[in-house]
Design a protein around this ligand. Structure first.
Ligand code: AMP
Ligand code: GLY
Length: 441
């Protein structure tokens, strides 16, 4: 939904179709709720029937299944990696091998293809030990084991094979952050950094989730660490993918740890991050869609562009004809123009999440009206419309975002609002420490 909101703001005034979309999105775009993200044939057919000019593939599942390849075969331009390049997310083993072969800094690791060898290897590793399942796991395939017994219990439940290996990884200590770039081949344009709060409880306690909150920018991150991430991770990764016949187009997401021994990769995603998108995209001062079109070399209708791009000050572009990409990919600190404001978001989750959710409470309409009056944006994650408001339809339900001068201001705005609304959202859970880890020490 964050991506949809950003595209909606484009001065190119795109007509937007979303498949499948959601009740909340249907106020903003034409949605196709009958289409599932894994139904490639139906998605390509829709794109053909509607004669779309550009398909932006958001989630990881259709990317891993090869939606971009299928769209390309019919001549429809898309922004997203082909199946081979999407392996950087869909196969942790592929990503780790690529990093090992090209010297991209990451945690030490080993792959195990059966339970017996994984259990036997436990004596060779220090604890905490990170265990990672190989495929797409919606942010929940990683387990950090404090003891050997915990690791044994975890491995006992897994069904390992050549196609489904388990990775052991050294535990990295440091400051975690996300750096996402728009990329096409070796050209890239970095978006502002953000931080995802993944654990279900305050202080990074409890199991990991799809993300319980996020913040951008990160006062604690130095320019030097940022530049190291660009030079030692983003650039060489795009180069390595291009050299591996898997040239990457789309959002390249690097989950990074700034450690005492330098920046190291925790994971790559082949898409925009969630919940990072919700706090990064509102900060962009130039048009995301124009940048994507420029990267892909797509013409934007000159009549539409010159009428609607507005003044340079409004768009953040130097001038209509200036490219956002001047210098991109040459290692210069070319970044997307952004506001200096902080954007911070807090997620409300359903009872039981990230375990089994059995209860899907309703958030009354009054909550949404009060948020709007307070200047807070509500970004729906898993909701369905009901006569009295929106009912939870998934583990993570919605994210409340605030834009303000700094983290303290945003936190105060969101958390005082949530306290005031407690009676309406008593069944939901949220973390109370979003943003604190991003503050300078
Ligand atoms: P991933 O799905 O790979 O992003 O992992 C989920 C979360 O687990 C990450 O965001 C980190 O907080 C944590 N994590 C993953 N790998 C490591 C590691 N090697 N060392 C420390 N924490 C990790
Ligand atoms: N925020 C991590 C992810 O999108 O997977």
């Amino acid at each position: 939904m964050a991506l949809l909101l950003a595209l909606k703001k484009s001065p190119l005034r795109p007509q937007i179709l979303v498949a499948p979309g959601s009740d909340a999105m249907s106020d903003l775009a034409t949605c196709y709720p009958q289409l599932k993200v894994e139904e490639l044939t139906g998605l390509v057919q829709l794109a053909q029937e509607e004669d779309v000019d550009l398909c932006i593939v958001g989630p990881e599942v259709p990317l891993a299944l090869g939606l971009v390849d299928a769209l390309e075969a019919t001549g429809i331009p898309s922004f997203g990696p082909r199946q081979a390049a999407a392996r950087i997310e869909s196969s942790k083993a592929y990503a780790k091998n690529l990093m090992a072969q090209t010297g991209i800094p990451t945690a030490g690791y080993q792959t195990y293809t059966n339970r017996a060898s994984a259990l036997a290897a436990l004596d060779d590793w220090d604890f905490p030990l990170v265990l990672k399942e190989n495929g797409l796991k919606a942010g929940k395939g990683v387990t950090i084991c404090q003891t050997k017994a915990e690791a044994q219990d975890h491995i006992a439940d897994l069904d390992l094979s050549e196609d489904n290996p388990l990775l052991f990884e050294d535990f990295l200590q440091g400051f975690e952050f996300s750096l996402i770039c728009l990329a096409s081949g070796e050209k890239f344009l970095p978006l502002p950094v953000a931080q995802d709060y993944k654990a279900i409880f305050d202080g990074q306690q409890g199991p990991n989730t799809g993300g319980m909150g996020a913040v951008s920018p990160l006062p604690r991150l130095s320019g030097q660490v940022y530049q190291e991430a660009i030079d030692q991770v983003i650039q060489p990764t795009l180069r390595a993918l291009a050299a591996d016949h898997s040239s990457f187009t789309g959002f390249l997401y690097a989950g990074l740890m700034a450690t005492d021994a330098g920046v190291k990769v925790i994971e790559f995603n082949a898409r925009m991050g969630d919940p990072e998108a919700e706090v990064i995209l509102p900060r962009l001062q130039a048009d995301l869609l124009t940048a994507i079109c420029q990267l892909l070399g797509l013409e934007t209708d000159p009549a539409v562009s010159s009428d609607n791009l507005g003044t340079p000050a409004q768009t953040g572009l130097g001038s209509h004809s200036d490219s956002l990409l001047a210098g991109a990919g040459q290692g210069e600190a070319q970044v997307f123009p952004v506001t200096p404001h902080t954007c911070l978001g807090v997620v409300l989750s359903s009872p039981g999440y990230p375990g089994k959710v059995t209860d899907y409470p309703v958030i009354p309409q009054a909550f949404f009206e009060a948020a709007q009056a307070e200047g807070l944006e509500v970004i729906h994650m898993g909701t369905r419309k009901v006569p009295t408001g929106y009912q939870a339809a998934g583990g993570r339900v919605l994210m409340l975002t605030s834009q303000g001068q700094d983290i303290a201001h945003c936190r105060e705005q969101i958390y005082s609002f949530l306290r005031d609304q407690q009676a309406l959202i008593a069944d939901f859970h949220y973390r109370t420490d979003i943003g604190l880890a991003a503050l300078e020490n």
